[in-house]
Structures are given as structure tokens and as C-alpha cells.
Design a protein around this ligand. Structure first.
Ligand SMILES: Nc1ncnc2c1ncn2[C@@H]1O[C@H](COP(=O)(O)OP(=O)(O)OP(=O)(O)O)[C@@H](O)[C@H]1O
Ligand SMILES: [Mg+2]
Length: 244
């Protein structure tokens, strides 16, 4: 509550959100996936999305990140400054801005950027903001090195493109790249799925640090241990399934 007794607005507000897919290879048949999604996430919360495979957990995160467009409803994201953004109707430039400054998204797999060395892949979100300032560019690379060390990426790999890295190495590059720049809303799709125990523990620490800084988090995790370590609330996506 603030001094006027008003609730602080949540970082993410989803109301009446639905998603169905149109299957063009099946004569345009409709596949209903999510319906009546009402979900608010506040600063410092880590909401774990649960439910069996194929329920629509990843789809829900992709709707927030606007990889998929909602079929109905409202998704509002509050940046650190300025008015809330309605993701369902935002234009391409607005979405680029939102992803750059407000929404972090660790997808299940790294989309490999050809021929860019791993260190630059990780530093890029900070380097973008640094522009042409050499000191800031070096600071971005220095910060990227610290993330690589913390996530146990061997130094011999830093100057190679991640295309040939192992699944777990690519996943750690993906995590570093998408968490290096603190953003107010963080979406995590099974970030620890291909990691060994030590790296999974590190990622849990990184998530807890982000939440402690006030980041609002929505996450999907494949194992109970990670859920138990990070969840401040659990939401069963089966409750959002389309009903015939
Ligand atoms: N682009 C798409 N086109 C058509 N159907 C899709 C598309 N994306 C997802 N779906 C369907 O939506 C449903 C939900 O998929 P989603 O990936 O969200 O599930 P999930 O809960 O994340 O499952 P898992 O735990 O296996 O990752 C599935 O039936 C899937 O086939
Ligand atoms: Mg999924």
C-alpha cells in the first residue's frame, strides 16, 4: 500500500486471456489451449506455472512476451517508468522497447546466433545500451565474463560461437544473456532442464537474487526441488484450460 492506501499496481496483469491456434494444415481447425487466464504478478513474486505436458505453460509465457498473440483478453506490463503497456495490441516498436528494457525471457532453447562468440552473445544486451562508448563496452564485456565464470562456462569456449556447445552449455549462455541486464519482469521456461546439480543451484541463486531486487518472475520448472526453492506462489495451468 502507498500513502494514499492504494495497492501498488502489479508488474503483470492478465485478465480474461484466451489462446487458440488455427491449424492451417487441418483446414483451419481451431485448437483451443488457454481460456479465461486471470493472473497478476507483483514485484518480488516468483509464480511457478504447473501442469502436465501440453497444458499451455510455455504458451502462457509466449503470450506475455508476445511471441504469440492472445486470441482474447488483456495483458498489461508495467515498465519501471512510464505507463503500462497493453501487450496484446502493442506495435512492433513498442514490443522491441518492452523486451529491451522490461521483459526478460529465458526460452527453453538458445536461438543460436551464427558466428558470434559466446562472450559477445552474453554481453550484447548491455553492449546495445553502451552504444559507441568504449569504457561502457568494456564494462559490458567484463560483466559478461563474470556471468560466464559464475555459470561455469570454461574460458576456452568464450571466444567460440555457441552453435557447437553442449545442451547445458547453450542453456547457460541463454540464461546469462537474458539475465545479465536486470529487468522488472522475468519469464523462465525450464531454465534448469539440462543442467547438472551445481549449475542448477547457481541458477536458483540467480533467480532468488532477481526476486530480492524486486523482479516479478513467472517460471516453469521441471523438478520439484527448483520449484520449492524459488516459488512464492504456484498456479496450476490446468485451471486455465479451454472447456468445451
Ligand atoms: N504454434 C503452435 N501451433 C499450434 N499448436 C501449438 C503451437 N504452440 C503450442 N501449441 C499447442 O498448444 C498446446 C500447449 O503447448 P505448450 O507448449 O504451451 O505446452 P506446455 O504446457 O509448455 O508443455 P510441456 O510441459 O511439454 O513443455 C499443445 O497442445 C501444443 O501442441
Ligand atoms: Mg513447455
Amino acid at each position: 500500500m502507498n500513502s494514499q492506501g492504494m495497492m501498488k499496481r502489479p508488474r503483470l496483469q492478465m485478465a480474461g486471456v484466451a489462446k487458440h491456434f488455427t491449424l492451417h494444415n487441418q483446414n483451419g481447425a481451431e485448437l483451443p489451449v488457454l481460456d479465461r487466464v486471470d493472473l497478476d504478478i507483483g514485484s518480488g513474486e516468483c509464480v511457478v506455472l504447473e501442469g502436465p505436458s501440453g497444458m499451455g505453460k510455455s504458451t502462457l509465457l509466449k503470450l506475455i512476451h508476445a511471441n504469440y498473440r492472445a486470441s482474447a483478453g488483456s495483458i498489461r506490463v508495467q515498465p519501471s517508468q512510464g505507463p503500462a503497456v497493453e501487450v496484446t495490441t502493442a506495435g512492433p516498436r513498442e514490443l522491441v522497447q518492452l523486451r529491451r528494457g522490461t521483459i526478460g525471457y529465458v526460452s527453453q532453447f538458445l536461438r543460436v546466433i551464427p558466428r558470434v562468440p559466446a562472450l559477445d552473445v552474453v554481453a550484447e544486451p548491455l553492449a546495445e545500451d553502451a552504444g559507441d562508448d568504449p569504457a561502457e563496452l568494456e564494462a559490458a564485456r567484463q560483466k559478461a565474463r563474470r556471468w560466464m565464470i559464475r555459470l561455469r562456462i570454461p574460458e576456452r569456449l568464450w571466444h567460440l560461437p555457441p552453435a557447437t556447445f553442449s545442451g547445458g552449455e547453450q542453456q547457460r549462455i541463454n540464461i546469462a544473456r537474458n539475465m545479465i541486464k536486470p529487468k522488472p519482469l522475468l519469464l523462465l521456461d525450464e531454465p534448469t532442464a539440462s543442467l547438472d546439480a551445481a549449475n542448477a543451484r547457481t541458477v536458483i541463486e540467480l533467480i532468488l537474487e532477481a526476486a530480492a531486487r524486486g523482479t516479478a518472475i513467472a517460471g516453469i520448472f521441471h523438478d520439484r526441488q527448483t520449484c520449492a526453492a524459488v516459488a512464492t506462489r504456484r498456479v496450476d495451468v490446468a485451471g486455465f484450460r479451454s472447456r468445451p
